[in-house]
Design a protein around this ligand. Structure first.
Ligand code: HXH
Length: 333
């Protein structure tokens, strides 16, 4: 399988092709990554809990190693993620003797975190997911309840973008979220981004995570989301693409391999989705898978712990699946 088309090369006139990586996959999937991808994102190693475990301690060894891998293979690198409700250590929200930190203290710590992390990778990481997942899924609630929101108030979002821009004025700054094609959530993302733009906050793109499955979202829903987001005048990146073979509610655990029907449906989904992405090549600047080969995916543990999933276009042995061949067949008719 040495002479198959390279995914990034097939798409070089459209958008970058990325993969989320970690210290294991840059070794175990080295060939696959170097051959088919021209961009990487650290799956976990640049998150708050990974790089800033205590107030005066930063741990950049893993992130640095991933960046070195990107450079070695002439790949770009995206940064993920600066301000999020998950995988963030408690100390940042705590003041003296177990009290809650004040708004001023938390803002100062946020600034210091962003300065240090964005500053370290200035000139190397070209885009950051500055704020991740702050929109609430429930339709009657606006923002997700989090300690960032409770302690600072709604403007924690704009401060994060302003600090990131100060730390690296050349970095592209993204708002990133999931269920991004759900019309109610989509409209809330749009309301948030518009309010940031109205106040002159530096934001350059919207990250559509793209944790999708065989049934949804529909091509029509994805198209409508792309249209509406693009109308804000920002660039779009698909930041965490995977197509689960299970619907979200489906908790079956009996499969040791994907069924033929699943693989055929998935191949058609990949084909339709990338056809759509290609139509919007002027606004979509990168499509990143949340992994590369199916020997490892976070979906092996979500939403059902220990259940294998097969969401990518390369299988557990890194061989191209039917889905891969539908992606490289770009004849537009
Ligand atoms: C992403 N979240 C993160 O951005 C990424 O950093 C991580 O590595 C993997 C996925 C997606 C996500 C969002 C919410 C969630 C699970 C995953 O939790 C849910 C809980 C109940 C219902 C739906 C989602």
């Amino acid at each position: 399988m040495n002479n198959i088309p390279k995914l990034w090369e097939v798409y070089k006139d459209y958008f970058d092709i990325g993969a989320a990586v970690n210290l294991e996959t840059i070794k175990g999937s080295k060939e696959l990554l170097a051959t088919h991808f021209n961009s990487i994102t650290a799956e976990n190693d640049m998150k708050f809990v990974s790089v800033h475990p205590a107030e005066n301690s930063y741990t950049f060894e893993a992130g640095d190693e991933l960046l070195a891998f990107a450079k070695q293979h002439s790949m770009k690198m995206r940064g993920h993620t600066l301000v999020w409700h998950n995988q963030t250590t408690d100390w940042i929200f705590e003041g003296e003797n177990g009290e809650t930190a004040s708004r001023e203290l938390l803002l100062a710590r946020m600034k210091s975190h962003i300065d240090t992390v964005v500053g370290r990778y200035k000139g190397s990481i070209y885009a950051w997911d500055v704020v991740n997942e702050v929109i609430e899924d429930k339709s009657d609630v606006w923002l997700r309840d989090s300690r960032w929101l409770q302690i600072i108030g709604e403007d924690f979002i704009e401060h994060a973008f302003r600090y990131a821009h100060e730390a690296d004025p050349d970095a592209l700054l993204f708002y990133n979220d999931y269920n991004e094609c759900n019309p109610e959530k989509r409209d809330k993302v749009i309301k948030l981004v518009k309010s940031l733009q109205d106040r002159g906050v530096p934001i350059h793109g919207i990250g559509l995570q793209g944790h999708w499955n065989l049934s949804g979202p529909s091509i029509a829903e994805i198209r409508e989301a792309i249209e509406k987001y693009a109308a804000l005048g920002l660039q779009l990146q698909v930041t965490e693409l995977d197509i689960s073979v299970f619907d979200y509610e489906d908790r079956r655990t009996d499969l040791t391999a994907p069924t033929a029907e699943m693989l055929e449906k998935q191949a058609n989904r990949y084909k339709e989705i990338f056809e759509l992405f290609r139509e919007y090549k002027d606004v979509i600047t990168a499509v990143t898978f949340w992994g590369a080969g199916e020997d490892y995916t976070w979906l092996d543990d979500f939403p059902v712990k220990g259940r294998k999933n097969w969401p990518f276009v390369f299988d557990e042995k890194h061989e191209p699946k039917t889905s891969f061949w539908r992606l490289v067949d770009c004849s537009e008719n």
